[in-house]
Write a protein that binds this ligand. Structure first.
Ligand SMILES: [Zn+2]
Length: 713
């Protein structure tokens, strides 16, 4: 699942800072029954926005005896329940269906009930379930719009399945499925598993699609989407991988999906387990932003489709990789309960990083991981801090935040560094095989790591997974009597935050002509580390590969910063450019930062240098930088900085280049700035952008705001 965090932002804006430690404690559910198979039949009337359902549930009794059988069931009305030919009595409450069997049921008995129900036009309101960020929970109808055709879509994550079929709607109860859907004959239907039949109904105006998955699967991963989709057939080996898109999107679909077979191959190698399902479809829908990993049929927000120009700023491969990784971590093995969701999301999010590194190389991989850490730190600073396993929640989706997505990925990365690639991969393979089609919890993962690595890594999980926060350290260095003394203080504080972390780390000494790297262990709140050496290093770099999830405060000399800007890795160079901002009164700093904007090999360093030195650039320098800068991110900063310091020259540049810049995010920045520095004559220029397509409608949204500013002038 990847929701781009809109749900959480929404929740935060409405309810403010909630105390996550006051939420109710959740225990593992004590099931009376184990569902073995769902046979779901739906008849969709899209014009009336209603559906009829008939679901047969085959289940085994787990308790020694039971006199009622309960299913999760909401929104639709149940009219009849049958046990073979016998009609059963039942009670339907707001959230449950309680069935009274004709006789007491005993342990290990296998029973099948058939439940008839109808929606009567009732649709669940996601906001009632803390799901304000999605448009559908359960089964929803969309009318045709400028963006999507009329279609029907289900959203089962996290507790949406119960709104379209009665179920034991919990990740820990997996069952096989047959999903049979009847829709108008000009529509197609996608669901879990393999398509085993399509046939017209007797009336001839509808088609019935039968999809079947003979492998057990959790209900939040069940899906059904119906609409006038175009299907592009692809393969990985002999496994079908189809891309289902709106007819208008067919020409651009390959940009979003063409890497899918390569991504599957990548994860097969990474996880050491063959793709576990019979096929893989991906389908675009209007109801979400990111995606959801419904087994064998991932749903992706329609905004994932984009044109060639958007490919560099809004690529889809990371989302495809995230959802593909879930087919192993999430679908093949599934968290035992919602507060173990990091077992799903951290692996999928780390999958984004791994695939990015594979596709673009180590430097872009570093940027990817660095951004993930910033995203967690943003939540840590502005919202809350919690352990990744936190069994206190009211709604399952409260577990899905930046702590388990980006922070989880950063934690897995540290585990990989400690274990080494070989053991880390071996642990993933063993974990996946051991819990195939099952539901592990966090302790199960710890046990496998310990078993495979032949060491006790409980300390790692205790401090990184079962505790909150991260190390915040102060570093001071001094050179005395041919010895470098490095003083390290851990200063982190907070609820459930370790007073001291155990941190195996690297430290690098940048000498005039060489870099000396040493390994250290930090295991006290305050520690002193001594390194004999002939000369004082020009600068000292803690965690030189940026492997740790850590905040470091460290003073560098001016000369140290200048050297860091030249010699460190791209994350270090970017940080050096930021720090040099405080030395802008020295002409040497300005000269060097300007050189960095032109010469550094990494766009993220050039971007940071533009931000630092923008106030000291001439309008000519801005114009020439705009013309020569190939990457959109620093070019966007050039526009914003130039508009601040040279509004009239910037206005001229924007007017001349707005229509031809080859990046949507730079055009968006230009439109935003036109609203501030433009005049009446720009209204006409902007009007054409009101209707123009852009990824996630960024140009349209910026234009609406700027036009209103210009009209008010
Ligand atoms: Zn996910």
């Amino acid at each position: 699942m990847k929701l781009l965090f809109s749900i959480f932002v929404f929740h935060y804006l409405i309810f403010g800072q909630d105390n996550i430690y006051d939420r109710p404690l959740q225990k593992h559910p004590d099931f009376d029954i184990d569902v073995l198979h769902y046979d779901i039949n739906l008849k969709i009337n899209d014009l009336q926005k209603t559906f009829f359902g008939k679901t047969s549930i085959n289940f085994k009794v787990l308790k020694s005896k039971i006199d009622t059988v309960r299913f999760d069931s909401e929104t639709y009305k149940v009219s009849l329940i049958k046990d073979n030919d016998v009609s059963l009595q039942f009670i339907q409450t707001d959230s449950s269906l309680i069935i009274l069997p004709s006789k007491t049921l005993y342990k290990d008995e296998i029973i099948e009930y058939t439940i008839y129900y109808q929606s009567d036009g009732k649709i669940a309101n996601p906001a009632d379930y803390n799901m304000g960020g999605v448009k559908v929970l359960g089964l929803g109808f969309f009318e045709e719009s400028d963006y999507n055709p009329a279609l029907v879509q289900t959203h089962s994550w996290p507790e949406g399945a119960r709104h379209w079929f009665p179920s034991n709607d919990h990740p820990a109860d997996k069952a096989t499925s047959k999903i049979v859907t009847t829709v108008r004959s000009d529509w197609k239907v996608l669901s879990n598993g393999s398509l085993i039949d399509v046939k017209p109904t007797d009336s001839g105006d509808s088609l019935t699609y039968t999809w079947q998955l003979d492998l057990p699967n959790s209900t939040y991963l069940y899906v059904m989407v119906a609409g006038p989709f175009e299907v592009i057939q692809d393969y990985y080996k002999d496994i079908p991988m189809s891309y289902w898109v709106y007819p208008k999107d067919k020409k651009n679909a390959h940009l979003s999906f063409h890497r899918t077979p390569e991504i599957m191959e990548f994860f097969e190698k990474e996880y050491g387990v063959p793709y576990p399902w019979p096929k893989m479809d991906q389908i675009t829908i209007p109801g979400i932003n990111g995606g959801a990993e419904s087994t064998t049929a991932t749903i992706l927000g329609e905004t994932t489709i984009h044109d060639e120009k958007a490919e560099k700023d809004f690529p889809s491969h990371w989302l495809v990789a995230h959802e593909a990784a879930h087919q192993w971590f999430g679908d093949y093995i599934t968290m035992s309960n919602w507060h173990h969701a990091w077992l799903n999301e951290s692996f999928a999010t780390y999958g984004e990083y791994l695939y990015s590194t594979h596709l673009y190389g180590r430097d872009e991989g570093k940027i990817n991981l660095w951004k993930k850490k910033q995203s967690y730190l943003n939540e840590y600073r502005n919202r809350y801090s919690r352990p990744m396993v936190h069994p206190y929640w009211e709604y399952p989706n409260q577990n899905f935040d930046s702590h388990i997505y980006p922070r989880g990925a950063a934690v897995l990365h540290m585990l990989r560094v400690i274990l080494g690639d070989k053991i880390f991969k071996e642990f993933q393979t063993v974990f996946l095989n051991k819990f195939a089609f099952g539901n592990p919890n966090t302790q199960d993962l710890i046990d496998v790591v310990n078993e495979v690595s032949k060491q006790d890594l409980s300390w790692f999980f205790q401090q990184w997974v079962l505790s909150a926060g991260h190390p915040q350290i102060d570093i001071n260095t001094k050179f005395k009597n041919k010895e470098l003394i490095v003083e390290i203080k851990q200063i982190q504080e907070g609820i459930k935050t370790p007073e001291k972390y155990y941190i195996p780390a690297k430290i690098s000494f940048f000498m005039k002509n060489e870099i000396v790297e040493k390994e250290i262990i930090i295991d006290e709140r305050n520690s002193i580390h001594r390194f004999p050496m002939k000369k004082e290093p020009i600068f000292v770099r803690f965690d030189p590969d940026d492997d740790l999830l850590i905040e470091v405060t460290q003073k560098h000399s001016y000369n140290g910063l200048l050297n860091k800007l030249k010699r460190d890795n791209l994350i270090g160079r970017m940080r050096a450019a930021e720090s040099l901002y405080q030395y802008l009164d020295n002409p040497k700093t300005i000269k060097i930062l300007k050189q960095t904007t032109m010469n550094d090999s990494s766009w993220i360093v050039r971007k940071s240098a533009f931000q630092a030195v923008g106030s000291k650039m001439s309008s000519k320098e801005f114009i020439s930088a705009y013309q020569s800068e190939k990457h959109s991110e620093p070019r966007k900063v050039i526009i914003s900085e130039m508009s601040k310091f040279y509004p009239s020259e910037s206005l001229k540049l924007i007017r001349e280049n707005l229509d031809t810049d080859n990046s949507y995010i730079v055009q968006e920045e230009m439109i935003k700035n036109l609203g501030n520095i433009g005049d009446e004559s720009d209204i006409l220029r902007l009007k054409s952008y009101e209707e123009e397509w852009s990824p996630r409608r960024i140009l349209k949204n910026a234009t609406v705001k700027s036009l209103s500013k210009l009209r008010d002038k």
